[in-house]
Write a protein that binds this ligand. Structure first.
Ligand code: CP
Ligand code: NVA
Length: 304
């Protein structure tokens, strides 16, 4: 098999996704026990960031170092990519020098083009369309705290953005239902729901979406690259704030997740992240463990 990439959750089979999550849970336990596990010794991760990041950068960099390898942070400000060197050329050159590459960028077609020309695995660390690493961490977190997510119901409240679209991919792979509440015009486009129509209930009413939900998730109202729409979006999205009162309409043992960074007073009330149903800090931590498992998986595939 040729080199495997992780551009969306659909790049791995359901069995492989479960394997990565179970391995993440195992790696987390090993890490807590202080065990040294360095299967990627002398391996190098290239990290291309065209957008800001706290969690993604630190979790990939710390994760690669814990696995025995090292990483190189690359930003368009100081690489030739930022001065117009074609993506194809950058992919061909970098993939002759490093063993695995993660990219955070704008257009999803950019990462697809990069992967096409890369000899080594490419991981999507967020594009305008998807954020699969975050949803992988969310799934690990749900499974750790509540058991299998198959047959459960996830409520997505707010913008039908990259996170929402990766959740839709996950619904297909893991067999859970989604209740999505977005303001009119901000729903995920039909092409992102293809094949998941039977699993999705769309509404404009946040309360209706969380009814019967086992997991409630939201995200910022204006994603990176939409800063100029922020003011307008704050008005349109006001009825979609997730608060403990909204959570009361979900199932009794429902949990709340947010990929972070959060804007208190906008998509979440000031007290939501501190509510006992919020598991956002565990969710953030799991980026570290699940991406270690993912890198281990992709590198093992690359050696086959
Ligand atoms: N959730 C997430 O991807 O966070 P960063 O933007 O800080 O990487
Ligand atoms: N939807 C957000 C996620 C940030 C981690 C964005 O794309 O900016």
């Amino acid at each position: 098999m040729g080199v495997r990439h992780f551009l969306t959750l659909s790049d791995l089979t359901t069995t492989e996704l479960y394997a990565v999550i179970n391995r993440a849970i195992e790696l987390k336990a090993m890490h807590y026990r202080g065990e040294i596990h360095e299967p990627l010794k002398n391996r190098v991760l290239g990290m291309i960031f065209e957008k800001s990041s706290t969690r993604t950068r630190v979790s990939f960099e710390a994760g690669m170092s814990q696995l025995g390898g090292s990483s190189i942070f690359l930003s368009p400000r100081d690489t030739q990519l930022g001065r117009g060197e074609p993506i194809e050329d950058t992919a061909r050159v970098l993939s002759r020098m490093v063993d695995i590459i993660m990219i955070r960028t704008f257009a999803h077609s950019g990462i697809e083009l990069f992967a096409q020309y890369s000899k080594v695995p490419v991981i999507n660390a967020l594009t305008d369309d998807y954020h699969p690493c975050q949803v992988l961490a969310d799934l690990q977190t749900y499974i750790e705290q509540r058991g299998d997510i198959k047959g459960k119901t996830v409520a997505w409240v707010g913008d039908g953005n990259n996170m929402c679209r990766s959740y839709i991919n996950a619904a297909k792979q893991f067999g859970f239902k989604m209740r999505i509440a977005c303001p009119a015009g901000y729903e995920p486009k039909a092409r992102f729901m293809e094949g998941a129509e039977d699993l999705i209930f769309l509404t404009n009413d946040a309360r209706e979406a969380v009814k019967g939900a086992d997991l409630v998730a939201t995200d910022v109202w204006a994603s990176m690259g939409q800063e100029q729409e922020q003011e307008q979006r704050v008005k349109v999205f006001a009825p979609y704030q997730v608060s403990p009162a909204l959570m009361d309409h979900a199932n009794k043992d429902a949990v709340f997740m947010h990929c972070l960074p959060a804007h208190r007073g906008e998509e979440v009330s000031h007290d939501m992240l501190d509510d006992p149903r919020s598991i956002v800090w565990d969710e953030a931590e799991n980026r570290l463990h699940v991406q270690k498992a993912l890198m281990e998986f992709l590198m093992a595939q690359a050696r086959q």
